[in-house]
Design a binder for this molecule. Sequence first.
Ligand code: NAP
Length: 191
Amino acid sequence: MFYATGPANFLDIPNIEKTLSDIVNCNTLSVAKMTRMVLPQMLTRKKGIIINLSSEVGRHPQPLVTVYSATKRFVDFFSRGLEAEYRSQGILVQSVLPFFVSTNMTNNIKPNRFVKTAENFAREALNTVGISSRTSGCLSHSVQSFIYDLLCPEWLCLSSLGVKYTQAVWRKLEAQMTALKHEQARTHMPK
Ligand SMILES: NC(=O)c1ccc[n+]([C@@H]2O[C@H](COP(=O)([O-])OP(=O)(O)OC[C@H]3O[C@@H](n4cnc5c(N)ncnc54)[C@H](OP(=O)(O)O)[C@@H]3O)[C@@H](O)[C@H]2O)c1
C-alpha cells in the first residue's frame, strides 16, 4: 500500500491514523505473518522460494514517502536476515527492490525505458531467482539504482535542497499520473 493521495509530509498524510495502521500492517506485518504460515512446510520439504517485494525507496530514507519507504526497508532487512537463517536448509529468500513499474499503485503510468510493464518486470525478475538474493529485478532498474547512488548521495537527498528537489520531482510525476488518469477516464467514457 502507498498513500492514497500521493507523496506527503508525515503529518499531511490524509486520514493519518487509519493510513498508518493500514500501511504498516499491509506492508510489514503481513510479510512476517505470511512467512510464518508458509515456511514450516518448506522446511519439511527442504526446499522453497520466497520472493518479497521491497522497493528502491527501501534502500535509503525517502522524504515525502517516509512511512512507505520505512516499511520497504523492513521488507528488505527481513528478507536478507531470513535468507541467512534458512539458506542452509534449502530455502531461497529474495528481496526485490524495483524502481517504477506500471501498475495500479503507480496509476498505470505509461511504460518507457525507465518504467517497466508488470509483465516484463516479472519476467526479468524471475530470471534472477537463484542467482541473486537482492536485486532491482531488471537491468533498467539496476542501472537506474546505480546512477541514483552516484548522483544522489544520502546527505544530498536529506538536505533541505534535496527535499525541495524531491518535492518537485514527485509533483511532476503526480501531474503526469493525474493527466494519464483523466485521459484514461475520457477514452473509456461511453459515447
Ligand atoms: N509499482 C511500482 O512502481 C513498485 C515499485 C517498487 C515496489 N513496488 C512493490 O511491489 C508490490 C506490488 O505492488 P504493485 O505495484 O503491483 O501494486 P498494485 O498493482 O496496486 O498491487 C498491490 C496489491 O496489494 C494488494 N493490496 C493492497 N492493499 C491491500 C490490503 N489492505 N490488504 C490486502 N491486500 C492489499 C492489492 O490487492 P487488490 O488487487 O485486491 O486490490 C494488490 O494485489 C508492492 O509491495 C509495492 O510496494 C511497486
